[in-house]
Write a protein that binds this ligand. Structure first.
Ligand SMILES: [Zn+2]
Length: 58
């Protein structure tokens, strides 16, 4: 339920926000080259996705 902003003290607000933090990006090994890459993305080191080379890597 909504609470008027002035009823939430600075301490309450700051205590609540101590739980807001960034998470490290998840990584998994590429099945083609074994390099770590983010899931559901083209591998940045070999350019493979779903077993095919979709991007040429120089
Ligand atoms: Zn790869």
């Amino acid at each position: 339920m909504a609470v008027p902003a002035r009823k939430t003290s600075k301490t309450r607000k700051r205590l609540r926000r101590t739980h807001y933090k960034l998470q490290a990006a998840s990584l998994s090994a590429c099945p083609n080259c074994g390099e770590l890459r983010r899931p559901h993305r083209v591998c940045p080191s070999c350019g493979y996705y779903d077993g095919k080379e979709v991007v040429k890597v120089k």
